[in-house]
Ligand binder design. Structure first.
Ligand code: BTN
Length: 254
């Protein structure tokens, strides 16, 4: 294990704190959970060069090419009602999209619930897993973010669905700088959400959304047109039968 500084800037921001930087790990989510159980503070970042059991939403695998991606998990200890926690995936989506756009100049959009897209192809994914805090007090959220940075080829069916910043821009990116910008934007949006509530996030998400107005499948056999994002962060989908169905973003930890 090597301890390093993830970025530079204002003191006591996530981007300037020492990150746990690992060569290879099963999943940064597991390592971050272990640190959180041991009392690590909010904003602690775990990153890895390669994961052997990277996980995505709904029990899917998250596959990376060693040394090409940004694979990070961040410990959060949000205050307030548990009911607001599903909004965190959307807060993260807005923050990471803004950071990637700022650092790369590429137009990154957000797709409900947790994808970041360029030209409709997935460039990054977000996984928010929540657990009861120590002694059952409060909630710990491990926010996992996988960003395809310098990978230029993808295996099998991913070739048509995924992309990377390097593939889109035709040049490699400095992952340290990207990480610093993404953490900075993410933390800003997280603090804004904590202070002002969901409405500013909702507005930003609607502006940068690749989902609204599109046909979507939201599980349990429900399909329809994504009509809006509700005030609490649920996606509102209009089915062909005319019903308006709500769907909330995240599920519980595995
Ligand atoms: C998804 O799109 O389904 C979410 C993917 C999240 C992947 C990241 S990579 C870093 C962190 N560690 C993991 O095992 N998963 C998340």
């Amino acid at each position: 294990m090597r301890i390093c500084v993830a970025g530079e800037g204002a003191p006591d921001r996530w981007a300037t704190r020492p990150a746990m930087s690992l060569g290879e790990v099963d999943s940064t989510q597991i390592e971050a959970r272990r640190l959180a159980d041991g009392g690590a503070p909010e904003g602690t970042v775990v990153r890895a060069e390669h994961q052997t059991r990277g996980r995505g939403r709904l029990g899917r695998e998250w596959i990376d090419e060693r040394g090409s991606a940004l694979l990070i998990s961040i410990i959060l200890r949000p205050a307030g009602e548990v009911v607001r926690l599903p909004q965190l995936s959307l807060v993260a989506g807005v923050g990471v999209a803004e950071g990637l756009t700022e650092a790369s100049g590429l137009p990154v959009t957000v797709a409900w619930p947790n994808d970041l897209l360029i030209r409709g192809l997935k460039v990054a994914g977000i996984l928010a897993e929540s657990f009861p805090g120590p002694g059952g007090a409060g909630t710990v959220v491990i926010l996992g973010i996988g960003i395809n940075v310098n990978q230029t080829r993808f295996a099998g069916h991913l070739e048509e669905r995924a992309t990377s910043l390097a593939r889109e821009a035709g040049r490699p990116f400095d992952r340290e700088r990207l990480l610093a910008v993404v953490l900075e934007r993410l933390e800003s949006w997280y603090r804004r959400w904590a202070a002002e509530g969901f409405e500013p996030v909702r507005e930003a998400w609607r502006r940068g959304s690749a989902t609204l107005g599109q046909r979507v499948a939201i599980g349990q056999g429900v399909e329809g047109i994504a009509e809006d994002l509700a005030e609490d962060g649920a996606l509102l989908v209009r089915t062909e039968a005319g019903a308006l169905v709500r769907r909330v973003a995240t599920g519980p930890a595995p």
